[in-house]
Design a protein around this ligand. Structure first.
Ligand code: GUN
Ligand code: ZN
Length: 650
């Protein structure tokens, strides 16, 4: 069973429960070959803090001594490991040697009988070079074997491998059908030859096609991916588990793994690593060791390095910087750079999981940053949700110091005193009305002053699109005093509207949908501001505290009264999470909403959005922050779907 703890888009930190404890994902499962213990399971536990590993049940079953010991004392005793153990089935041996001497039911029963925490079906390895017809036939066979394996799993968790070669429809279809069966986890298989050839963009396509069909509440394992180069992008796309035999295989070839690539020991001048294995050794000393000692030391380095990279990935998820990490790592190898092109192609899908805001700022890492979902989502929401604030003239500024309303404070004040004008910045993210300048990601972003030409051109294109539809009778770019002189002649009369009111109206529409700001029409609106920063803190409507504004991302948190106002103007389902009536009563008393109680959810809700929790009659129970999107709320059996902030009965 999987519980979502933290996330950034599809990337997630979860807790996976097995009979031998809880595992925090993303996790790397070191491969243990019981015949060749480069690093022992006990060392993995004690020195590497590994709490889950993977071994091969086929190797154990076909070796008489190992088989007897495993059946008698159990797998954990055999390996001397008290953490969680996953077993593979012999599929990979079948791929390498052409066939295996074991049946698909027999090997699942064997895994169950030796006490594996997670077992794997004997799927058919779909090779990247196969035709669509060959791949389809093999995938059907995998599905058939899956169907026959599930009833045999007993207490063991069972992994149903997604196959389908390089054909996205086959991958998605296979994933959908396996998701309907009682599997506990889904590896993505058949990718080892692609990984070996650095065809990372094909792997990315395969992960996405598989994720599209998978039940989001089940962990996803990328079979055979053990190089740290792969972790950041695979986690970004929603992979939770990896396994590595590479740490030992590479060590036998005297190759050291780094997050940016692999180096032969003989080519290294310095190990340039401070992992426990390297900190007490030099290249010279390594070369002087006996081969087995050297292999062990390099294997240790490889495992430490891989585990460390996953820890960094987890930090990035916590910080909200996984996109930055992927874009930075992409500079290490053209094959990783190619992955960014794949991400751009799937931007629509990725946007469905894009958080409403992040803890950390948006960092520009290169022209590809322009294609991140946070950028496209801003533009889409701007064009579909924002309305013209109402002046006769629009004055545009080039990008400048942030927040823009301060950076351009004196220009704005001078124009406002004499001209009926609104203001907008041609920002990296798209048209940024001055009213949205404190909202994520506009203010919370670090963009270089001089942009790559292709990005500058795209920004110009967006502004051109804007010019065709903004609806102002007159729009000008600010070019100094001459602009003011010109405007005084053609559009005299000061801007009377209250900038604070304009800000709250713009944020309401942008955050909750076009029309949300109508709740303020004809009402008396007052503001409580921070004494230190002068920023809006609370919005008081007709004497009632209706919204608070968060300082760090400029978004509004509705109080119960604010939510009631929104529900009157928004469409029936919008920004609502419907829960069954009894849990709704709990939410109304301030308890969080668990995913298993969610009956429906607006598909436009993104993680981090402020949402209304309602019962099946549509009555407001609470206001909270969504931690999941619709498909996840409906799939997860464990964990919080909405963190309740305001309760109706408080
Ligand atoms: N190990 C590496 N690739 C695979 C795969 O596709 N299936 C299984 N079961 N194990 C693997
Ligand atoms: Zn090292």
């Amino acid at each position: 069973m999987l519980e979502l703890k933290e996330r950034d888009g599809l990337a997630r930190i979860c807790e996976l429960s097995t009979r031998h404890g809880k595992v925090t994902t993303p996790a790397l499962l070191p491969v243990v070959n019981p015949n060749q213990l480069t690093i022992t399971p006990r060392e993995m536990r004690d020195r590497f803090k590994v709490d889950i590993l993977i071994t091969n049940s086929y190797i154990i079953k076909t070796d008489e001594k190992l088989r007897e010991r495993a059946l008698e004392g159990g797998l954990h005793k055999l390996l001397d490991f008290d953490g969680s153990i996953m077993t593979d089935s012999g599929t990979f041996q079948s791929y390498v040697y052409g066939k295996v001497a074991v049946g698909h039911k027999e090997i699942v029963e064997f895994q169950r009988d030796i006490g594996a925490d997670i077992g794997t079906i004997l799927d058919v390895f779909s090779e990247p070079g196969w035709t669509e017809e060959e791949t389809r036939a093999a995938t059907e066979e995998t599905i058939r074997r899956g169907e026959e394996s599930v009833p045999l799993k007993g207490e063991m968790l069972l992994a149903g491998t997604v196959q389908g070669g390089i054909f996205p429809e086959l991958r998605t279809g296979c994933a959908e059908r396996l998701s309907k069966m009682a599997f506990d986890l889904h590896p993505i298989g058949g990718v080892v030859p692609l990984l070996e050839d650095y065809r990372f963009s094909d792997v990315a396509d395969i992960i996405i096609a598989s994720k599209k069909g998978l039940d989001p509440s089940r962990p996803v394992h990328l079979f055979g991916a053990g190089h740290p180069m792969v972790f950041p992008f695979a986690v970004l796309l929603g992979c939770d588990l990896f396994d590595s035999a590479s740490y030992a295989k590479y060590a036998r070839e005297e190759r050291l793994m780094y997050p940016t690539g692999t180096k032969f020991l003989r080519d290294l001048h310095d190990l340039a690593c401070d992992c426990p294995a390297c900190s007490s050794t030099s290249v010279k000393e390594l070369l002087a060791m006996s081969p087995s000692e050297r292999t062990k030391r390099i294997a240790e380095h490889n495992l430490f390095t891989s585990l460390k990279e996953l820890r960094k990935v987890k930090n990035a998820i916590h910080e909200g910087s996984i996109w930055e990490m992927v874009e930075m790592r992409a500079r290490a190898h053209p094959a990783l750079l190619a992955v960014l092109k794949v991400l751009k192609r799937h931007e629509d899908y990725l946007q469905g999981f894009e958080p409403a805001s992040r803890r950390g700022a948006f960092f520009y890492c290169g022209p590809e940053s322009y294609d991140r979902p946070s950028v496209t989502m801003y533009r889409e929401r701007y064009f579909s949700r924002c309305r013209r604030p109402g002046a006769r003239v629009l004055v545009g500024f080039e990008d400048g110091p942030k927040p823009y309303s301060r950076g351009y404070a004196s220009e704005i004040a001078r124009v406002r005193a004499k001209v009926d004008a609104d203001f907008l910045v041609a920002s990296f993210f798209g048209p940024a009305p001055i009213e949205l300048d404190e909202m994520y990601p506009i203010a919370q972003s670090v963009i270089p002053e001089h942009l790559d030409r292709e990005v500058a051109e795209k920004i110009r294109d967006t502004m051109e699109r804007h010019a065709h539809q903004h609806g102002y009778p007159l729009a000008v770019m600010w070019e100094g005093d001459q602009t003011l002189e010109f405007l005084e002649e053609v559009a005299p009369g000061p801007r009377a509207a209250d900038p604070d009111l304009l800000r709250v109206r713009a944020v309401l529409d942008m955050q909750f949908g076009r029309g949300a700001a109508d709740i303020l029409d004809g009402r008396k609106v007052e503001f409580v501001k921070s004494r230190n920063t002068g920023k809006i803190r609370n919005v008081v409507v007709d004497g009632v505290h209706a919204f608070s504004m968060r300082a760090h991302d400029g978004r509004l948190t509705p109080k119960i009264e604010g939510a009631r106002m929104l529900m009157k103007v928004l469409p029936a389902h919008a920004m609502r999470v419907t829960v069954e009536d009894e849990p709704a009563e709990f939410a109304a008393k301030g308890n969080n909403v668990f995913a298993k109680f969610v009956a429906e959810c607006d598909p436009d809700i993104r993680p981090g959005d402020s949402v209304m929790v309602v019962n099946t009659k549509g009555e407001l129970a609470a206001v909270g922050r969504a931690l999941m999107v619709r498909s996840e709320m409906l799939a997860f059996k464990r964990g919080i779907a909405v963190r309740v902030k305001e309760a109706a009965e408080d």
